[in-house]
Design a protein around this ligand. Sequence first.
Ligand SMILES: Nc1ncnc2c1ncn2[C@@H]1O[C@H](COP(=O)(O)OP(=O)(O)O)[C@@H](O)[C@H]1O
Ligand SMILES: [Mg+2]
Length: 371
Amino acid sequence: MTNRKIYGGLMSGTSLDGVDGLLLSFTGDHQLQVLARSSLPFPDELRDRLLNLAQSENISFTHLADAEQALTRHYALCWQELEKQAPGIRPEALGCHGQTLEHRPAIGYSLQLLDPSLLAELTGCNIVCDFRRRDLAAGGQGAPLVPAFHRGFLSSAKEDQIIVNLGGIANLTWLPCNPAQESLGFDTGPANLLLDAWCCKHRGTKQDENGHWARSGQANQKLLDQLLKEAYFSAPYPKSTGREMFNLAWLERQLEENDAQNLNAADIQATLVELTAASLCQAIQQLDPQQKARVLICGGGSKNTYLMERITGLARPRSVATTESAGLPPQDVEAAAFAWLAQQHLLNKPGNLPSATGAQGPRVLGGFYPA
Ligand SMILES: Nc1ncnc2c1ncn2[C@@H]1O[C@H](COP(=O)(O)OP(=O)(O)O)[C@@H](O)[C@H]1O
Ligand SMILES: [Mg+2]
């Protein structure tokens, strides 16, 4: 027996760090209760395979199929962790993001790898997935998809808020306290994706723990100014981006063009933190010129204390905190959003926010694969 209000969300983002899972109960229209959470890092071998596929020009269908099955099995393991914490609970459905290998909204295409039939077989759960393509078909970016959830669950009637998700890419949602005003959202630029890539290249670790290494460096203003000239940052929204644009090759090209290859590696890491914070805060300033909004941060980047300090510095005089202060732990937000998107699908309700994605209108997102 499934429970009408219990849903799961399984999310793996552009950081390629692993799958985050959440089992929750929607206790009201705008309220939820977390029943179980799990976070399952990708084994190195799977991460490397996915990264190669995301960066490769020539892909074999056999490699694609192998990676899809391995990824789907990893999603199933993440679900099993949730199941252990909440034995006997059957969710109505699992909302699953899949792994983005290609995001090209300009040609109406975005590919999230996952085999929902295999996942239904392995978990015994209804699966809802492939959330982005209907929005793309309706002329939208297919991203970001979290703003509608942010509006439903994190809005405040007292103050304007900006929700920031620091994943591989950073995206924000503008939530005016006046419900008559429109909410907005877009990707502001790179976040953990470049920080992880540069750190891995020079330190051999997957992430710069708490931004410790970046803190030891000194941001290079000249390089930062050049990086901020990238056309994406000043392009009008709606807009979304991904690994196709911001990746290690992009950074190395920039270093070469700006004669910056010989800068100290820690200084470059510090400059990348500054790039993340500055591009984000430029977007914040554009939406909130009166500097009154409260900024709430979620995603793995919220654990990078140095990045958080730099955002706090550049967003001043606005207050900056994590979404925890609005009742949702920062690592839960995206998986909760995909659980909610699954519920929207089952209720035949729209999941996109056209003002964020640029779609012609609200659309019911995703496809359903029965248990
Ligand atoms: N303690 C930490 N210090 C620095 N960075 C961290 C820390 N914890 C998580 N991160 C960053 O967060 C990323 C994962 O964030 P996540 O929200 O899962 O992004 P995505 O949605 O793109 O997968 C990691 O790759 C890492 O860069
Ligand atoms: Mg992740």
